[in-house]
Design a protein around this ligand. Structure first.
Ligand code: AGP
Length: 360
């Protein structure tokens, strides 16, 4: 059943593997007989009416929100802000006249998000929860809910919920573009099915990911991830994954920021994992990597077919530039998993963490 590990040693590995299926499942749920996007009308209207979207979330769901912002701004042309729930709660920014609040939460129970939702409702603003648990608090209390259909996520480290959230955000963005009459050539449904296939290819490359974990992460004290544009959001998620389950100190940085301070931390052998899936910044990120290599870093490159070089360690199959996060995160999840496994960590139940954080 959904809540059993079966032949898997850990829920996390099972849930990583389920991702292509989850995306295909989402495609079915959000598609009608004519292969058009199927979304509740009130959500469409609410999204269309908003002059600005405020995404509120925590942790990995916040990282999905960062990608959601890119999708909505690029596909719909609507301004979007993404906020860490616990920050927004005590330091609310100025709001536009007609905001729409989107809460992204796997569990639908995150107290920091709930705090914001209570205020939002009190102020009379419309709200939408994107969650994996439709009966949850955030789902019940918001005006609207979109279900991520990822199935129960048991491992504390979120994997399939994150990619499912981004898939739903992509569908919402495309629907928003249609409702606004803007001419986008981004076909979310078609591109997501291509992304699901690419995810599957990477799930089948576990031995390679284990070898990368061995080469870079079995012994190290720290690790850095760098990326630009969409890849910057994904490396933040990659770093969170690694630190929460392997206890390796890890950070994800915007490639261009290294020289503004962080590069001082690079020592002989420091692993630096660079992500390059965006053609327009490929040369820039490779330049950033050269800068750390010159200071002794041990470089690992995850690139996308099309902007890859012969000695890149991982090459992900070609997918739409806006959907690279769904695919590029898979090798990062797997590398983290194997690093944690070989360092003897409790992969599914890392120390000091709870699956859903129901206290502020
Ligand atoms: C992810 O691996 C973490 N365990 C954590 O950051 C999580 O994403 C965060 O607590 C938010 O949870 P939610 O999606 O259930 O609101």
């Amino acid at each position: 059943s959904d809540t059993e590990k079966g032949t898997y040693a850990h829920y996390m590995l099972k849930e990583i593997d389920e991702q292509p299926l989850v995306i295909r499942n989402i495609l079915q749920k959000y598609q009608d007989e004519a292969n058009e996007i199927k979304l509740p009308n009130d959500i469409r209207t609410s999204f269309h009416a908003a002059d600005r979207v405020y995404i509120i979330a925590a942790g990995t769901s916040y990282h999905a929100g960062l990608v959601g912002k890119e999708l909505m701004e690029k596909v719909v042309g609507k301004p979007v802000e993404v906020h860490i729930a616990s920050e927004f709660l005590y330091n609310q920014p100025l709001l536009s006249p007609n905001p729409l609040f989107i809460f992204i939460s796997q569990s639908g129970e995150t107290a920091d998000c709930r705090g914001v939702l209570v205020n939002v409702k009190e102020a009379g603003h419309p709200s939408l929860t994107i969650t994996n648990v439709p009966g949850s608090t955030l789902s019940r209390e918001a005006d609207h809910t979109l279900h991520t259909y990822a199935g129960p996520e048991i491992a504390v480290a979120s994997t399939k919920a994150y990619t499912a959230q981004m898939a739903v955000l992509a569908i919402l963005a495309m629907d928003g573009a249609h409702a606004a009459g803007s001419d986008t050539d981004f076909d979310a449904l078609h591109e997501l099915s291509i992304a699901a296939n690419a995810m599957e290819t990477l799930c089948d490359a576990k031995d390679d990911m284990e070898q990368i974990a061995r080469d870079y992460l079995f012994e190290t004290r720290n690790a850095f991830f760098i990326g630009r544009s969409f890849d910057y959001h994904v490396v933040q998620e990659g770093a969170l994954k690694l630190k929460e389950i392997s206890y390796i100190q890890a950070e994800g940085f915007a490639g261009g920021e290294l020289k503004h301070g962080t590069i001082a931390l690079i020592e002989e052998g420091t692993p630096v994992i660079a992500l390059s899936t965006q053609e327009n910044v490929d040369l820039n990120i490779r330049g950033n990597l050269q800068e750390v290599v010159a200071r002794g870093a041990n470089p690992c490159v995850v690139s996308m077919d099309g902007c890859h070089r012969a000695d890149d360690q991982v090459v992900i199959p070609l997918v739409h530039a806006y959907l690279t996060p769904l695919v590029a995160v898979v090798p990062l999840q797997l590398i983290s998993y194997y690093a944690a496994l070989h360092r003897g960590c409790d992969v599914d139940k890392p120390r000091n963490l709870a699956k859903s954080v129901t206290v502020e």
